[in-house]
Design a binder for this molecule. Structure first.
Ligand SMILES: Nc1nc2c(ncn2[C@@H]2O[C@H](COP(=O)(O)OP(=O)(O)OP(=O)(O)O)[C@@H](O)[C@H]2O)c(=O)[nH]1
Ligand SMILES: [Mg+2]
Length: 383
């Protein structure tokens, strides 16, 4: 039986602290939580013991006021403490909302320190809603680039995409709760693969080969189903998640990690069928990992989750092949080309670092956010 991979879930800045605070009471056995912020009231509200307070002197218990440079400086000033608190985990999951000062500025520093401490670092970060304004969006894009350079894998969730998941008139708190479920599912899936008791356990070393170097672009999705054919139904629902990139933005990934959680009747054939469907759509040509568990928390419920990742392309490499036109359930064809996740490309990273003009890192996304997303209109199902 493999050893459990120790996981550290780190919330950075207001959004990250609140998300991790809500998940902390139900953490898997091999995970622990840490919150990092300059805002003392946010740290206290999380209810988590031993938070790391940044900028005690410079920011005096307040946030970084939307200035990522202040957040980064405050994190660097606490480098020794952060290194100490980030040590010991094999996988560090950094959770933050980009667009503000601490999440945007400190999260890349946290990712760097965790990676330097020997952990594999997976960042889960949100981009602001369109209605939060161009300045915040632009700060968030720059922060996404900085995070992407430091974390082994980066998954970006655009908050606008949440409008496709929740009811049209859902309060913001409900949209944020959806983010919490998404982060919680990613934590469950990764901890489940590397925790004893799995039907198909994964070797802890697989994590490092899965995210071998900083700069891997990643996507994550999850879905559950019940009844006959539940494994395939959950697989298809996960592939149709509006939180995934669809259409031309749906690139194939070199690495694919699949977790299937079901009851005692979960069959290897079902798991293999799920993997085959996911491979056909997403890739996984270089590495495909399958973890399976039979301890579903709800009788009859099957959950399929996947993390797909692409290591940074070597200079001069062929452009990536797009996926086979994956489309979100309920989205019309003319909206299918809108990326719901986006990533900083290597070429854009270079431009951002050395160019003189502000980089446009999310090609086609910032200028082309469709009206239905901007206005939060839910599209009728195409089925
Ligand atoms: N999905 C989600 N996004 C959130 C949540 N709270 C805030 N955000 C987003 O995260 C962005 C950053 O907000 P915060 O995390 O509060 O900012 P911060 O990092 O604390 O930055 P400062 O307060 O300026 O130091 C916002 O622009 C929102 O888009 C949340 O609970 N869920
Ligand atoms: Mg704050």
């Amino acid at each position: 039986m493999p050893e459990a991979v120790p996981i550290l879930l780190v919330g950075v800045g207001g959004a990250g602290v609140s998300l991790v605070g809500r998940l902390a009471p139900g953490l898997p056995a091999n995970a622990r939580a840490l919150v990092v912020d300059a805002d003392l009231s946010a740290l206290e509200a999380s209810g988590l013991p031993d938070p790391v307070q940044l900028g005690r002197g410079s920011l005096r218990g307040l946030g970084a006021g939307g200035e990522p440079a202040l957040g980064a400086d405050a994190a660097e000033a606490e480098e020794a403490e952060l290194r100490r608190r980030l040590s010991g985990a094999s996988l560090v999951m950094v959770v933050c909302g980009l667009g503000g000062g601490v999440g945007g500025g400190a999260a890349p520093v946290v990712a760097r320190l965790a990676a330097e401490g020997g952990a594999t670092v997976l960042a889960l970060a949100t981009l602001p809603f369109s209605h939060e304004g161009e300045r915040r969006l632009s700060a968030a894009r720059d922060a996404a680039v900085a995070l992407h350079r430091r974390a082994h894998g980066t998954v970006i969730l655009r908050n606008d995409a949440l409008l496709q998941v929740a009811a049209a008139d859902a309060p913001v708190a409900e949209l944020f709760a959806e983010t919490g479920r998404w982060v919680g599912a990613a934590l469950d899936a990764l901890s489940g693969c590397f925790r004893p008791g799995a039907l198909l356990p994964l070797d802890p070393g697989a994590l490092r080969s899965f995210l071998p170097a900083p700069g891997c672009r990643a996507t994550f999705a999850t879905a559950a189903a019940r009844g006959e054919g539940a494994v395939l139904a959950a697989t298809r629902a996960a592939l149709a998640s509006p939180l995934l990139p669809h259409g031309p933005e749906a690139e194939r990934h070199d690495h694919l990690l699949v977790e299937v959680v079901g009851g005692p009747d979960l069959s290897t054939g079902d798991c293999q069928a799920a993997v085959a469907a996911l491979r056909g759509d997403l890739g996984g040509d270089r590495i495909t990992l399958l973890g399976a568990r039979t301890d579903s928390p709800e009788p009859g419920l099957v959950r399929v989750s996947f993390l797909a990742a692409s290591p940074p392309a070597a200079p001069g490499a062929e452009p990536r092949r797009p996926a086979k036109g994956r489309r979100a359930k309920g989205k019309p064809a003319d909206a299918a080309d809108q990326a719901l996740f986006s990533f900083a490309e290597e070429a854009n990273l270079r431009r951002g670092l050395f160019g003189t003009s502000a980089p446009n890192l999310f090609n086609g996304e910032d200028v082309d956010i469709p009206t239905y997303l901007r206005k939060g209109i839910r599209l009728p199902s195409a089925d």
